[in-house]
Write a protein that binds this ligand. Structure first.
Ligand code: NAD
Length: 503
């Protein structure tokens, strides 16, 4: 059997139970359909085949989940942190044990290639281990003595929180949000993306099998405009951790205003990779290709704008186009596949619309620019050249395997182009001039910048964007800052004089 056939056979086994029962909610430790009984159908982007039915939840399901999270909160907040740590490590063990199942289901549900999803499942386990180890110190504070008081600070979990995730790498992103929330002592209601619900259900099952008490983590499936909206409006939900589009973040901020929700937003990006003439051009080429064509280009941190210095542009773009034409598009279950299908038809149509826009705007299509095959939502890896930064292909997040190359003359122009965009998630700078790297990164408007490197995530570092790319940071202690409240306690150290009104 080929690797593809083996994967296909295993996947059929893993999905069989979902074909029977559908993807249910999990509320207070109980698997439940939506109260209304409504469901929607989930299809694979690979061949449009039916995967399963999914509970289509409404406000009453969200209310039940929020109440379960509220009920479970005091006990979860108060159990010894060492127990929380042990449970989170057991969840990580469960993820590792089922990593292949998670990876294959994720490939079929999202279209992401197995070569990346097999690693994403294991990264999910690492996220749990990282925050498990920090759970015992999450409440630590400071002693800030003043002349009359011993001031101490401590942190307490904020309460039940809502986690809303997108479809691009749903398993990994869910662990990235939920692990720190649980480690902090919060309880969770998770609303996964409607287009990729399968692995969120598997993750939830792993958590409860690992001994997570009922109601600490609740799963509510459904659409953003009903289940998602109800979650952001629920008075018992104290904060919303959201990953998704910038315009959805803006809606969530409005929806959460009446209940004064704390929000953490990881939003869209249109990230520059800036290649100067003095860079190691071979490594820059590999990194630029990896950062836009891996994960189908459905990656918030993708290097979707290539800024290339005029003096080296011709040779660089020629090599780039040849490599892009050579990228292996195919079934995401095949370990050889580099690019799989886009998540669904609406997104496929959006990505394809930029091929015509590029032509209309006067750019050239140096590679790709068309659908691949006639089944499933595959597009050819695409390179636009001859673009200016004012074009829609340079300004808008396409979120597919599509790179827009723009030339620049010097450092000032590169910086001006890089910053002339509503987004500010990541930047990638390629130069062997250290002083230039320091100067450029200081002025580049982005939350995360890598110099002479692709995006290499290190969990203790802050993850997040500026401008329309987000609010707040994840990673290290920053995650706890979001899921916890700072508390100050001042204890008098003597008989300091108290102003005596009416004495
Ligand atoms: P989306 O905003 O359409 O949906 C994300 C989630 O929000 C889904 O679960 C959806 O059901 C829900 N939702 C939609 N409308 C809602 C509403 N009114 N109220 C509450 N919830 C609502 O995003 P998407 O298309 O699923 O994902 C792609 C986007 O995510 C891209 O813009 C990408 O850049 C971004 N993203 C950002 C990061 C990051 O770390 N910055 C990471 C991954 C993806």
């Amino acid at each position: 059997m080929t690797d593809l056939a083996t994967h296909q056979a295993k996947l059929d086994g893993y999905l069989a139970r979902f074909r029977d029962t559908g993807v249910l909610n999990q509320i207070g430790g109980e698997a439940r359909p939506a109260v209304s009984g409504a469901t929607f159908d989930n299809h694979s982007p690979v061949d449009e085949s039916f995967i399963c039915r999914v509970a289509r939840s409404g406000a009453e399901d969200v209310d039940a989940a929020a109440r379960a999270a509220k009920t479970a909160f005091p006990a979860w907040r108060d159990i010894p942190a060492s127990e929380r740590k042990a449970i989170l490590h057991r969840i990580a063990d469960g993820i590792v044990a089922r990593a292949e199942e998670i990876a294959l289901c994720e490939c079929w549900d999202t279209g992401q290639a197995y070569r990346f999803m097999s690693k994403a499942a294991l990264r999910g386990a690492e996220n749990f281990r990282f925050f498990a180890d920090r759970a015992p110190s999450a409440r630590d504070g400071q002693a800030l003595p003043s002349p009359t008081l011993m001031n101490i600070t401590t942190r307490v979990p904020i309460g039940p929180v809502g986690v809303i995730t997108p479809w691009n790498t749903p398993f990994m992103l869910s662990t990235w949000k939920i692990a720190p929330a649980l480690a902090a002592g919060c309880t969770v209601v998770h609303k996964p993306a409607e287009f990729s619900p399968v692995t969120a259900r598997i993750l939830m099952e792993i958590a409860e099998e690992a001994g997570l008490p009922s109601g600490v983590w609740n799963l509510v499936n459904g659409f953003g405009e009903d289940a998602g909206k109800a979650l952001t409006e629920h008075p018992d939900i104290k904060a919303i951790a959201f990953v998704g589009e910038s315009k959805t973040g803006s809606m969530i901020m409005k929806q959460g205003a009446d209940t004064l929700k704390r929000v953490h937003f990881e939003l869209g990006g249109k990230n520059p990779v800036v290649v100067f003439e003095d860079a190691d051009l071979d490594r820059a080429l590999d990194a630029a290709i990896f950062m836009i064509y891996s994960l189908n280009g459905e990656r918030c941190t993708s290097s979707s704008r290539l800024l290339i210095q005029d003096s080296v542009a011709d040779g660089f773009l020629e090599k780039l186009a040849a490599r892009v034409r050579n990228i292996r598009v195919g079934n995401p279950l095949d370990p050889a596949t580099e690019v799989g299908p886009l998540i669904h038809k609406t997104h496929f149509d959006k990505v394809c619309s930029y091929f015509d826009k590029a032509r209309a705007e006067g750019a050239e299509i140096a590679a790709g620019g068309a659908r691949e095959g006639d089944t499933g939502w595959f597009v050819q890896p695409t390179l636009f050249t001859g673009a200016t930064n004012a074009m829609a292909i340079a300004q808008e997040e396409i979120f597919g395997p599509v790179l827009t190359a723009i030339r620049f003359a010097d450092e000032d122009e590169a910086l001006q182009i890089a910053n002339d965009i509503p987004y500010g998630l990541t930047g990638y700078v390629w130069t062997n001039d250290l002083t230039r790297a320091l100067r450029f990164t200081d002025r580049l408007e982005a939350g995360m910048i890598w110099v002479n490197s692709e995006n290499v995530r290190h969990l203790p570092t802050p993850f997040g964007g500026v401008k329309a790319s987000g609010i707040g940071r994840d990673g290290g202690d920053w995650s706890f800052e979001f899921y916890m409240e700072q508390k100050h306690i001042g204890l008098a150290t003597g008989q300091h004089s108290i102003p005596r009104l009416g004495a």
